[in-house]
Design a protein around this ligand. Structure first.
Ligand SMILES: [Zn+2]
Length: 250
């Protein structure tokens, strides 16, 4: 058993929370009971995840996407009120780490996805160093890389914008909705960029710069950071931990 406050300060230090400018608060977002024994991790603090955590008897949930984002009006009504009410009624703490969890060099979403793809970053690019870049390895074709992505992400085939068919020397990636990092990736000298989502402009950029682009799923690319972090906590503080996957095609 460990005190909530101890976990909070440990995570804030481990993830260097103070270093990031983010779209929402990182750390403890909803305060539950003071002592933790069993934790659950997941990608998003959705009602489905909260309900699963209640069934698990969890004392805390650790997620990448929390409840509060810039631009909300602050009212706890409707679906948001329902999520908060369920957490509070069951004394469940909600810890959310957004950009700090993308960025962490070992436990973060980018590092964890890269590791599964055989990519080990030797450079970072883009805003707050959130983009990762690595050598592609010997003779990796775009089709082979797309196949590897599909295998790692539960047989989810990425959307492929092929570029000019060049040999892949360097791969850039940034999990989630990082399609806006494509230009920074191109400037950083990669031959292909992987992220979760795609928007209309990236198709033209891929054609005009020759750099390929893979949209691999926002949820799919961000499934690995929260459980890696929670598993680390579980070992360090002798907690029970379970990752709960709530499927999301987006
Ligand atoms: Zn995300």
């Amino acid at each position: 058993m460990v005190q909530r406050n101890e976990i909070e300060s440990y995570l804030d230090t481990l993830l260097e929370v103070g270093r990031f400018k983010d779209y929402g608060p990182n750390g403890l977002q909803v305060e539950g009971r003071a002592e933790l024994r069993r934790i659950v991790s997941g990608v998003t603090a959705s009602r489905a995840l909260i309900d699963a955590a209640i069934t698990e008897g969890a004392d805390a949930i650790i997620v990448h996407h929390g409840l509060f984002w810039r631009g909300q009006d602050g009212r706890l009504v409707g679906w948001l009120g329902e999520r908060v009410r369920r957490l509070m009624a069951h004394g469940i703490n909600l810890f959310a780490y957004h950009l700090p969890l993308d960025a962490h060099p070992e436990l973060g979403n980018n590092a964890q996805l890269g590791m599964r793809l055989g990519l080990f970053a030797d450079a970072r690019f883009g805003e707050q160093g959130l983009g990762f870049a690595a050598p592609a390895g010997e003779n990796v074709s775009l089709a082979a890389l797309a196949g590897r992505v599909q295998a790692v992400l539960g047989d989810r085939a990425p959307l492929v914008l092929p570029g000019d068919g060049r040999a892949l020397a360097r791969v850039g990636w940034c999990t989630g909705g990082a399609q806006g990092y494509f230009e920074a990736a191109i400037d950083a000298g990669v031959d292909v960029f992987l992220t979760g989502e795609v928007s209309e402009p990236q198709a033209h950029l891929a054609r005009e710069t020759g750099v390929a682009f893979l949209a691999c799923g926002h949820h799919a690319t961000e499934c690995f950071g929260a459980p890696a972090l929670a598993a680390h906590l579980a070992v360090r503080f002798a907690l029970e931990h379970r990752f709960i996957e709530i499927a999301n095609p987006a």
